[in-house]
Ligand binder design. Structure first.
Ligand SMILES: C[S@@+](CC[C@H](N)C(=O)[O-])C[C@H]1O[C@@H](n2cnc3c(N)ncnc32)[C@H](O)[C@@H]1O
Length: 222
């Protein structure tokens, strides 16, 4: 299947899973199908997220020796990038197949890859990470899971820690759209209910094809 077919396949699986009342189940199906050679993962660029890389490069912070948690890590490229900076990285995904794939792609990796559900995360992750990185998971979750996910993601950030979030963005009066659902600034402000202060919000158009509006948000624990 080509990229467009895989995007359509992902949307079909997601819609079906939501109708069946199990909105998280389709991720594993998609990874299993791709792993079996029936296509590729539509969001997997097989390289670190360029907006995260730019954020790291533009900052004068030193991450060596700090801890990082990568939410919904997919095929692991973001986790490996942070690990190469000298960070102690835990990266997790709901999909067993995605995690097995990460371990196969990066056999000597120091990243601690785990299968876990963000909505039922281990207690020991609470307040444990200097950097929490989330890209494109929230936008693939419907309500009420998205609200629970925002609270969970916030809880992992340590005192003085940072959350970096990258997502598709829209204005509140734009159509909600179909999965993936872009986030609004108002939704992003809900992180502030969980002791996070938004310190920067970059609103930009990712050059296409197709051009996509994105938000890159840095939050710091108050
Ligand atoms: C749209 S993909 C983005 C993957 C990766 N972050 C990236 O930017 O390429 C969303 C990822 O989140 C994972 N995911 C979805 N819900 C999750 C949950 N509740 N807990 C952990 N991972 C989840 C999916 O399996 C998928 O790998």
């Amino acid at each position: 299947m080509n990229d467009d077919s895989m995007k359509a396949r992902a949307k079909d699986l997601a819609r079906k899973a939501m109708l069946e009342g199990d909105p998280l189940s389709w991720f594993e199906t998609l990874y299993s199908e791709a792993r079996a050679g029936q296509g590729s993962i539509p969001w997997a660029g097989m390289k670190p997220n360029p907006h995260m890389v730019r954020w790291v490069e533009d900052s004068d912070r030193h991450w060596e020796g700090k801890s990082a948690l990568v939410i919904g890590c997919g095929l692991g490229d973001d986790a490996e990038y942070l690990s190469a900076l000298g960070m102690k990285v835990t990266a997790f995904d709901l999909s067993d197949t995605a995690i097995a794939w990460c371990k196969e792609r990066f056999p000597g990796s120091e990243t601690d890859y785990r299968t876990a559900n963000l909505l039922q995360a281990p207690e020991e992750w609470i307040g444990a990470y200097d950097l929490v990185f989330e890209s494109y998971t929230l936008q693939s979750l419907p309500y009420p899971e998205r609200c629970r996910a925002i609270e969970a993601i916030s809880s992992f950030v340590s005192d003085q820690g940072t959350l970096l979030l990258i997502c598709m963005g829209r204005d509140a009066d734009d159509p909600e759209g179909d999965i993936p659902w872009p986030l609004t600034r108002e939704e992003l402000r809900s992180f502030e209910s969980f002791r996070l202060r938004i310190s920067t919000l970059d609103d930009f158009i990712n050059s296409g094809p197709p051009p996509v509006r994105r938000f890159r948000v840095e939050c710091n624990k108050t």
